[in-house]
Design a protein around this ligand. Structure first.
Ligand SMILES: [Zn+2]
Length: 76
């Protein structure tokens, strides 16, 4: 019995819903702004990032639990 196990390749870049944002990057001028949530220190943030130089054009707190939306998030 051979013990070779070939795990399925894991897609390390799961499809994330990214929204194209009109406008150009303030840093490099590329018209490659996209809005998407990122998890960083302090929780989830909805960011608008330039896909060319990865600078953040906008960054605001998002749902505390990321893609999971709590009812209490809607209370304020
Ligand atoms: Zn840029």
């Amino acid at each position: 019995m051979s013990n070779f196990v070939f795990p399925r390749p894991v897609d390390e870049t799961p499809v994330q819903s990214r929204e194209t944002v009109a406008g150009s990057c303030a840093e490099c001028g590329a018209q490659q702004l996209q809005r998407y949530p990122v998890l960083s220190e302090g929780g989830w943030f909805m960011t608008v990032k330039c896909q060319a130089c990865l600078c953040s054009a906008s960054r605001e707190p998002w749902h505390r639990l990321g893609h999971v939306s709590l009812l209490t998030d809607d209370l304020d």
